[in-house]
Design a protein around this ligand. Sequence first.
Ligand code: PLP
Length: 381
Amino acid sequence: MIPFINIRAQRDAYKSEFLKAEQEVLDSGCYIGGPAVKALEAELAAFTGAKHVVTCGSGTDALTIALMALGLELEDEVIVPDFTFIAPAECVTRLGGIPKFADIDPETLQISPESIEARISEKTRGIIAVNLFGQCPDYKKIKECAQAHGLWLIEDSAQAFGATQCGQNACTFGDISITSFYPAKPLGCYGDGGALFTADEELAEKIRLIANHGSSTRYVHEICGLNSRLDAIQAAVLRVKLHHFKDELKKRQENARKYNEFFADYNNATGSANGAKIVPQKIAEGNTSTYAQYTLLVEDRKSFIEKLDAAKIPYCIHYPAPLHEQPCFKDFVQSRKAVSNNASRDYIASNAAKASQKVVSLPFCAFTDVDEIITRLKKVM
Ligand SMILES: Cc1ncc(COP(=O)(O)O)c(C=O)c1O
């Protein structure tokens, strides 16, 4: 069976390096924080160009800490994409804020700056923009919008550590940027992990304080924070992977190019008028993607999935519904009357809703045998 993400092949490829790094931590007696975590934070800063990097327990924790550091208060509104993983909207809600769902561009699937603008009210405090599937949304426009309205910006780069926009590295676009080291992410560890990035020294201090029980001096707690730390063994694993990351990004580009070529040929051969068109997520000009997901927009998804099943090719639907349709937000939105009837009608026709009916993600990582997948696809398509 072809794995959706071949983490085992990656482990085999760098096995001796992993074993050495893991053993060093196990023998050190230092399991939380310490030299491995410090060294990783310095290497992440060097890789991205971010001034300050603070690691933490997960990408979700990183979003929560970012919102706390930026001073989110009860009933504050935060604009989030309607089409993404739940974490950004969930973190806003958990802290008592109100997520306002912005629509996406129908081709790049990134949060739309025009839709952000349309969702701003006097209660809006900030924007969480997500780098969906590995590429950045239009940060020039988003930052202009944030500046014009006095809003803060969180860049959720959980899926896009290693991406660039016009030569600038992901994880440097937000007042605070975050990433996730969940195992399936482009740079993933062997458990949960995350990091925050900022150019602002004061924010960096706040972030460290919040992540460590609100404490900078032992047993003195200036604020109520939380416990969110990266384990030393995860840092050691990540340092090995980071060492190979640029090569892996090149392999990811090559794998994406092969898929793109195959689907372009397929569309040319079948013609687009028959409803069979299969279009990869568009990579916007000026962007490089990490391809955290290689995602297609497929008009006739049902029959395409039947073909994938016949060829024994695994797939995922990222994501089967826009967030405003999730049961948890439906109740939340209704009880707080955060969505007017007009806005509900907008949602029905939204690009997010349409995308959720068309998306299919194919197996993808630096170790995916895309040639084998294309050979199988050719037999069924
Ligand atoms: C866009 C986005 N934000 C945040 C997260 C949360 O990251 P974690 O799973 O490390 O908590 C994810 C995880 O999939 C994600 O895709």
